[in-house]
Ligand binder design. Structure first.
Ligand SMILES: C[S@@+](CC[C@H](N)C(=O)[O-])C[C@H]1O[C@@H](n2cnc3c(N)ncnc32)[C@H](O)[C@@H]1O
Length: 380
């Protein structure tokens, strides 16, 4: 996990919807929640201007959703969203946070004189009991490529238990996007992998010569391990828009008011993308997401706000984009059409991590068709 990776929201058992797996709470806490208990980690999120501006504007430009209302902040962290909700006029805000960060949130609530409105509750959302139902559920639940961390499960659980009929979700909608990209990163990763294998060959020879044991029976396993690490693990990147070489496609849409856990367990999309660059290398695919604050049909926003993590020069986010590299890259020209099949499932070992299968057929304007691509990736 790189320095940009968010915490691992490991798992309590997620009861809503079919297919949910039973997760050891202790393991989940150790693997996932632990990082959120650190201020440096909350600070990283609080310093993301795109994220902060979107939530701030969504709340303060739609005060009608908050004035005199009850609000639930799922995964309150430092309590920032709960405090803004109170400042926007909420009558009562429940700020639920699983980690000891709740203590810091409590300190901030008092320091900002909001203790009569904001009640901080330490505990897992799935286990907390509120004294009343709420008008608004607000949460920043999005992980890398939207669904990593699987935290939306907890928001769904909260919504089904605690949102009044006609209540509003903040954010209200989410989408996942994918596009073909060019990047020098693939060459670097391939050379890292080759270096690791050369080192292994030297190691097996030395071990045989000096210690009399032949380790080369493990070469295949070592190669698979290194391949997963260098070539099959998706990478965090803040892509420049010029690195996107074809049309982007929406691969998943979520209505936060109605989605079930079943709806988000798997992402499956077949899409076409046209190359828009004259003459370039297809080095892989970039994935990102956006969320919208639109209120609901019966209770719409006065001003809709968008939070996008698309490649951008000035508005990068701590989520960046997830990059799935192709080895080797393929030469493509403007007008070539990529027929892509994308599947993302939760890892069986850790439901907060994802596994991806990506197939791509390239229909080139020239007569020679490159062989179809089928790769497996891990979002760790
Ligand atoms: C991405 S952070 C957002 C923090 C804060 N709301 C903000 O916007 O700055 C998510 C927080 O949710 C907490 N969290 C995740 N799942 C939770 C659950 N099931 N119950 C309570 N807290 C949870 C994490 O510990 C973390 O502090």
């Amino acid at each position: 996990m790189g320095s940009h990776q968010k915490g691992e929201r490991g798992g309590s058992s997620n009861g809503s919807g079919g297919g949910a797996m039973v997760v050891d709470k202790g393991v989940d806490f150790a693997q996932y929640f632990c990082t959120y208990a650190f201020l440096y980690h909350q600070k990283e999120m609080l310093s993301d201007r795109v994220r902060m501006d979107a939530y701030f504007n969504a709340i303060f430009e739609n005060k009608h959703h908050f004035k005199g209302k009850t609000v639930l902040d799922v995964g309150a962290g430092s309590g920032i969203l709960a405090m803004w909700s109170a400042q926007a006029g909420a009558r009562k805000v429940y700020a639920v946070e699983a980690t000891k960060m709740s203590g810091h949130a409590q300190t901030l609530v008092k320091a900002n004189n909001l203790q009569d409105v904001v009640e901080v509750l330490e505990g897992s959302m799935e286990d907390v009991t509120l004294p009343e139902k709420v008008d608004v559920i607000i949460s920043e639940w999005m992980g890398y490529f939207l669904l990593r961390e699987s935290m939306f499960d907890s928001v769904i659980c909260a919504r089904d238990r605690w949102l009044k009929p006609g209540g509003v979700m903040y954010p209200s909608h989410a989408r996942m996007w994918m596009a073909p990209i060019r990047s020098g990163l693939g060459d670097q990763k391939k050379s890292d992998y080759d270096g690791a294998m050369n080192d292994w060959y030297a190691f097996t020879e030395d071990t045989k010569e000096y210690y009399g044991v032949d380790m080369s029976a493990l070469t295949k396993s070592f190669s698979e391990e290194q391949m997963k690490y260098y070539l099959q693990t998706s990478l965090w990147q803040n892509l420049h828009p010029h690195q996107v070489i074809g049309t982007a496609a929406i691969i998943k849409e979520i209505d936060c008011l109605t989605a079930t856990v079943n709806d988000i367990l798997k992402v499956k999309s077949d899409f076409l993308s046209s190359i828009t660059f004259e003459n370039t290398r297809l080095c892989g695919f970039g994935g990102w997401f956006d969320v919208h604050f639109r209120g609901s049909e019966v209770n719409p926003a006065q001003r809709e706000i968008e939070l996008t993590t698309a490649p951008s020069v000035d508005n990068g986010t701590h989520w960046g984009q997830q990059v799935f590299l192709l080895h080797p890259p393929v030469h493509v020209i403007e007008g070539d059409v990529l027929s892509v099949s994308f599947t993302m499932d939760r890892s069986k070992e850790n439901h907060r991590l994802m596994e991806v299968e990506l197939g791509c057929e390239i229909k080139q304007s020239s007569s020679k068709q490159p062989p179809p691509i089928r790769n497996k990736y891990y979002i760790e």
